[in-house]
Design a protein around this ligand. Structure first.
Ligand SMILES: Nc1ncnc2c1ncn2[C@@H]1O[C@H](COP(=O)(O)OP(=O)(O)O)[C@@H](O)[C@H]1O
Ligand SMILES: [Mg+2]
Length: 263
């Protein structure tokens, strides 16, 4: 739970609470599925609650700040809470309210540059979807670090995961112009470590196959398959396919995909 606060200094801040309780069982099942499908970058990290989640988020914020990534500062902490500085407006809101396609493209371009720059510093962002990104009018920022993907994958996989997450998160704004999204993302990805591109490519190839199967299953599976946005990298170096199915892997324990595939 996150609450917006105004400090006595008139500074805006956010109080984030970490309730107790995890989702060990459902995540175990999901991890098995992801392993069977060979899509390592989509392995769900452990979802801890309470003080353990707070400790991860505050450690990650320190690491990311040291890597020059624009993240909130920790203004204070309690046993199951952190007080964070305001990092700007939600990128999701900015994208939704963008006055034109051009304005939206410009924001997405800044966002992909921010991700690429973070990666160049050796950082990984975990869940860089627009609701976990901010824009303060000049800089893109990142929030929400209570899960650490590096607990269950390599840095290369974690950086590949960032692109899959981002692509999935912004795809809804590009339903009628997927080529433009493809272009914006591939411009940044061509400068990435080749291994990261390969990991993203491998995962999305697997997901594409899965989507093909889902298309032949029931109505909800077809809907999932239809939600797939394919971003086919124009570059000779890499192909990135972003798949709507990923929603189910990440939408906080929602196991629609498991239900579709297993019964
Ligand atoms: N430091 C911050 N600066 C700006 N907005 C924030 C900040 N922290 C949280 N928010 C807002 O609160 C929402 C939820 O915070 P988040 O850290 O993503 O928690 P959750 O784990 O509940 O997703 C974000 O999507 C964002 O709109
Ligand atoms: Mg969030």
């Amino acid at each position: 739970m996150v609450e917006q606060m105004q400090l006595a200094s008139r500074q805006q801040a956010w109080l984030k609470h970490y309730p107790e309780g995890g989702r060990a069982l459902s995540l175990g099942a999901l991890r098995m599925l992801v392993d069977r499908l060979g899509i390592g970058p989509l392995r769900p990290p452990p979802h801890r609650g309470g003080d353990a989640a707070r400790a991860i988020e505050s450690r990650r914020l320190r690491e990311l700040a040291a890597q020059q990534v624009n993240v909130p500062r920790v203004l204070g902490q309690g046993r199951r809470s952190l007080m964070l500085s305001d990092n700007g407006r939600s990128l999701n809101t900015c994208l939704r309210e963008a006055a034109s396609d051009q304005a939206r493209d410009a924001l997405v371009q800044r966002a992909v540059q921010a991700i690429a720059q973070a990666h160049a510093q050796g950082a990984y962002l975990g869940q860089p979807v627009p609701r976990n990104m901010t824009f303060d009018g000049s800089r893109i920022g990142f929030i929400d670090f209570e899960e650490d993907p590096l607990e269950v994958m390599t840095l290369t996989q974690a950086q590949a995961r960032d692109w899959l997450m981002f692509g999935y998160g912004v795809a809804r704004y590009y339903e009628t112009r997927p080529q433009m999204l493809q272009q914006l993302i591939s411009e940044a990805m061509v400068r990435q470590d080749a291994q990261v591109r390969e990991a993203a490519h491998h995962a999305t190839t697997r997901l594409q196959r899965l989507a093909g199967v889902a298309r032949h299953l029931g109505r909800s599976a077809r809907r999932l398959a239809q939600a797939i946005v394919v971003i086919h990298g124009a570059s000779a170096l890499g192909v990135l396919v972003v798949v709507g199915l990923m929603a189910d892997y990440f939408s906080d324990g929602d196991l629609d995909v498991l239900r579709v595939l297993l019964g």
